[in-house]
Design a protein around this ligand. Structure first.
Ligand code: ADP
Ligand code: MG
Length: 329
C-alpha cells in the first residue's frame, strides 16, 4: 500500500531523514516510535505530500507521490500534529468545508453524517469548534481525516495534550478505525504505540533503527543473560560501582521506578553468571538489593536502549543485525 525507498530529507544543510526504507501492506496498523526530533513528522509530511522530499521514492497504492500527487493524496487521510481546524466554524460546517476542499464524490450529507456517527461527534455538530474540549477537537481532526473515506490514515501524535480519559477514547477510536484502514500512527510514548499497533518502526535521528513486531523486538534485543537489579542507592554511585564488577559487560540505569530506588540493567559477558558478584558489590557499598531478576526486556527498555545507543550502527548492533554482511549480498 505504501512503499518508501531511499527517502532522505534535508532542511537547508540539515539532514533530518536519512535513507529511510519501509513498506506497509494494506490493513496494517503501524507505529512510528521515536523521541522528539527523530523525524517522524517529517516522514509523515512527505508521505502525505505536504512536504517535498530531497531524495528517494514514495508511492501510495502504486501512485508515486511526486509524479501523481493527486491520486496518491486521495488515498490518504492526515491528522497533522497540529490539526488545521477552523475554530470559528461549527463542526458540521467545517466538515462540509473539508468535503468541498477534497472534492469528494460521495453524497455529501450522508457521508458527513456517517463519519460524525462513527467518531461520535454528531451530538456536537452545531457547536463552534472553539467551544469544544481538546478531546472533542481531536475527534473533529480525526473526522476531517476520514472525509473522502481514504484507505490510509496517517495520525501524527494523535493523543498529545489529552487527558488520560480522552487518550483512552481516542485510542479506542483508532483501534476501531484500524479494522477498515491502513494506519500509521506516531508517538514518542511507547505505551501509545503498543496499545494499538502490531508493528513498530523505531526512528532515531532520522533513521530507522528497528522495524518489527513489538514481540520480536524485545526478543531480539534481550538475552536472558541480562539482569535487572532494583537497588536502594544513588544512581551515579551505583552505576560506577556496578560497572567494575567482574564479567559485567555493561550497566545502564533505567531510572527510578520505586521511590528511593534505581533500576539497573546489567549485561554480563557471554556465558557468565554475575548475580553473586553483583550482590556482593552492592552489599559491600552498604546498599540493599530489593529485586534481582533476569527477565526479558520490556519494549520500553528496548526502546530506551536503542535510543541511548545513539548512533545508527550501535543501535543496529545491539539488535543483532549484521548490516555489513547484509550489505555485501
Ligand atoms: P519528530 O516529529 O520526530 O519530533 P520532526 O520531523 O518534527 O521530528 O523533526 C526532525 C528534525 O528536523 C528535528 O531536528 C527538527 O528540528 C528538524 N526540522 C523539522 N522541521 C524543520 C524545518 N521546517 N526547518 C528546519 N528544521 C526542521
Ligand atoms: Mg513530530
Amino acid at each position: 500500500m505504501i512503499e518508501v525507498k531511499g527517502l532522505s530529507k534535508k532542511y537547508g544543510n540539515f539532514l533530518a531523514v536519512k535513507d529511510v526504507n519501509f513498506s506497509i501492506k494494506k490493513g496494517e496498523v503501524i507505529g512510528f516510535l521515536g523521541p522528539n526530533g527523530a523525524g517522524k513528522s517529517t516522514i509523515m509530511n512527505i508521505l502525505t505530500g505536504y512536504l517535498s522530499l530531497s531524495e528517494g521514492e514514495v508511492s501510495v497504492d502504486g501512485f508515486n507521490i511526486m509524479e501523481n500527487p493527486e491520486e496518491a493524496k486521495k488515498r490518504i487521510g492526515y491528522l497533522p500534529e497540529i490539526p488545521p481546524l477552523y475554530t470559528d466554524m461549527k463542526v458540521r460546517e467545517y466538515l462540509d468545508f473539508i468535503y468541498d476542499l477534497k472534492k469528494v464524490k460521495f453524497p455529501k450529507k450522508a457521508h458527513i453524517n456517517e463519519i460524525m456517527k462513527l467518531i461520535k461527534i454528531d451530538h456536537v455538530q452545531n457547536r463552534l469548534i472553539k467551544q469544544l474540549s481538546k478531546g472533542y477537537r481531536q475527534r473533529v481532526g480525526l473526522a476531517q481525516a476520514l472525509v473522502g473515506n481514504p484507505d490510509v490514515l496517517i495520525l501524527d501524535e494523535p493523543t498529545v495534550g489529552l487527558d488520560p480519559q480522552q487518550i483512552i477514547e481516542i485510542r479506542n477510536l483508532i483501534s476501531r478505525l484500524g479494522k477498515n484502514h491502513t494506519i500509521i500512527l506516531s508517538s514518542h510514548i511507547l505505551s501509545e504505540i503498543q496499545a494499538v499497533c502490531k508493528r513498530v518502526i523505531i526512528i532515531n535521528k532520522g533513521q530507522i533503527i528497528a522495524d518489527d513486531t513489538a514481540e520480536n523486538l524485545s526478543d531480539r534485543i534481550s538475552t536472558d543473560r541480562s539482569l535487572v537489579a532494583r537497588i536502594e542507592c544513588s544512581e551515579a554511585e551505583m552505576l560506577e560501582a556496578l560497572t567494575t564488577v567482574k564479567d559485567v559487560k555493561s550497566v545502564m540505569s533505567m531510572g527510578c521506578n520505586e521511590k528511593g530506588t534505581v533500576d539497573f540493567l546489567i549485561e554480563p559477558e557471554e556465558g557468565c553468571d554475575v548475580r553473586r558478584a553483583v550482590f556482593e558489590r552492592v552489599v559491600s557499598r552498604g546498599k540493599n538489593i530489593l529485586a534481582l531478576t533476569s527477565n526479558k526486556l520490556t519494549l520500553e527498555q528496548v526502546f530506551l536502549r536503542l535510543v541511548e545507543a545513539g548512533s545508527y550502527e550501535d543501535a543496529r548492533k545491539l539488535m543483532g543485525y549484521n548490516d555489513e554482511e547484509e550489505g555485501e549480498e
